[in-house]
Design a protein around this ligand. Structure first.
Ligand SMILES: [Ca+2]
Ligand SMILES: [Ca+2]
Length: 220
C-alpha cells in the first residue's frame, strides 16, 4: 500500500501504467504497432529545443518511420484539433544540407511519409528541419520557428514502479539506504519523485522540478 508518497530514486519522471499499454503521465500514448510511446507537445519550441526536450524525457523526436507511425502522428494532430497545423518530426538535414534523415539516421526516402507537392523547396536556403501536416505529408521548414513537436519513447525505456520503490523495484530498505532528511518525506506539493540532497539526505520532491540527475548503467 502506498503511503503519502511514491519514491523513485533514479528516475526524475514518474510513469504510471504498464509498459504494454496503460496511461502514462506526461501526455504519452502507447502505440501497440510500434511498441512505443508517442507524445505531441502542443507548446511550441524551436527544433533544437524540441529535440532536447524529447531527449530529457528519455526519448527522441518522432519520425514517420512506418505507415502505422505516420497514421498515429496524424491521428494525434487530429485529436488535438490541429489538422490544419504542423508539428516538428525528427527528420532534419542539419548534418548534410539537403540530405534529410530521421533521428535514427533513416533517409527520408525510406520513411513512410512523403513530401507535400512542391516540397522540399528550401525557402531562403534555411529549411533544414521538417514538419508533418494533418494529411501526413512532410514539409521542409526553418528550424528556428517555434512549433509543436512529436516525441517518441521506446517501450523498453519505460520504467514502471510500485509506490515507495527505486527504479529497480526495490524498497529503499532493500536498496540499502533510507536516510531521509529530518521531517522528510513531507509531500508538501505532490512530491512523487525522490532526490538526494548534496549532503546525502533523501528528500521527496515534485517530478516536474528541474534537477541534476544520476544514471546507473549495468556493465555488460
Ligand atoms: Ca519548404
Ligand atoms: Ca520533500
Amino acid at each position: 500500500m502506498c503511503k503519502t508518497y511514491c519514491f523513485i530514486l533514479t528516475s526524475v519522471i514518474l510513469l504510471q501504467g504498464k509498459a504494454t499499454g496503460g496511461p502514462v503521465r506526461m501526455g504519452y500514448e502507447y502505440m501497440p504497432e510500434e511498441d512505443a510511446w508517442l507524445r505531441l507537445h502542443i507548446e511550441p519550441a524551436i527544433w533544437p529545443d524540441a529535440r532536447l526536450r524529447c531527449h530529457l524525457e528519455g526519448g527522441a523526436l518522432a519520425s514517420p518511420t512506418t505507415s502505422a507511425m505516420t497514421k498515429a502522428l496524424v491521428a494525434m494532430l487530429a485529436a488535438n484539433k490541429m489538422t490544419m497545423r504542423h508539428a516538428y518530426i525528427g527528420v532534419h538535414a542539419l548534418l548534410s544540407k539537403g540530405e534529410f534523415m530521421s533521428m535514427e539516421g533513416i533517409p527520408m526516402g525510406n520513411l513512410s511519409a512523403r513530401w507535400r507537392e512542391g516540397e522540399p523547396n528550401n525557402m531562403k536556403n534555411e529549411e533544414d528541419c521538417v514538419v508533418l501536416d494533418g494529411a501526413g505529408e512532410a514539409i521542409d521548414v526553418s528550424c528556428s520557428t517555434p512549433r509543436p513537436y512529436f516525441c517518441r519513447k521506446e517501450s523498453t525505456r519505460m520504467i514502471v514502479n510500485k509506490c515507495g520503490t527505486t527504479a529497480d523495484g526495490q524498497t529503499l530498505s532493500e536498496a540499502g539506504y533510507e536516510g531521509w532528511r529530518h521531517n522528510e518525506p513531507n509531500n508538501v506539493e505532490k512530491e512523487f519523485c525522490g532526490a538526494i540532497d548534496r549532503d546525502g539526505y533523501l528528500n521527496n520532491c515534485p517530478c516536474d522540478r528541474f534537477a541534476l540527475f544520476i544514471c546507473e548503467v549495468t556493465p555488460k
